[in-house]
Design a protein around this ligand. Structure first.
Ligand code: MN
Length: 131
């Protein structure tokens, strides 16, 4: 299950359709507050986080999730507007494991997300063996 935090409905409808075609189940939140409600209610394998949200922005929310024990290990991938120079660095500094530029490329978005998720799982396995 993937949590998509995105306030633009056209974007979230498109991203959800692509991810469901890839075989993922998706829940959508339009704000940090809505996302928190969903995070309390169920487990997610990955969060796709729009950087620009009304109210608390996506990177401030990411830092908050990373600072709480319950959500610190949740992998978060930033969704950043293409033209915003420095967004990638800011996303990684905030604790995101990666980023995807918007507008999404519907031909590659599903496999991008699949690779990010597989990469995270591989890291978890390696850490598990090491400890
Ligand atoms: Mn937005």
């Amino acid at each position: 299950m993937i949590l998509l935090v995105e306030d633009n409905e056209a974007n979230s409808v498109l991203a959800t359709a692509v991810l469901e075609r890839e075989g993922f189940r998706v829940e959508v939140a339009a704000s940090a507050a809505e996302a928190l409600d969903l995070l309390y209610a169920r487990d997610f394998a990955l969060v796709l986080m729009d950087v620009q949200l009304p109210g608390e922005d996506g990177l401030t929310f990411t830092r908050r999730l990373k600072s709480h024990a319950d959500t610190a290990t949740l992998p978060i991938v930033a969704l950043t507007a293409h033209a915003m120079a420095g967004d990638r660095e800011r996303a990684l500094e905030a604790g995101c494991v990666g980023y995807v530029s918007k507008p999404i490329d519907t031909r590659t978005f599903g496999s991008q997300v699949r690779e990010l998720l597989d990469g995270f799982r591989a890291n978890v396995r390696k850490e598990g063996i090491a400890s």
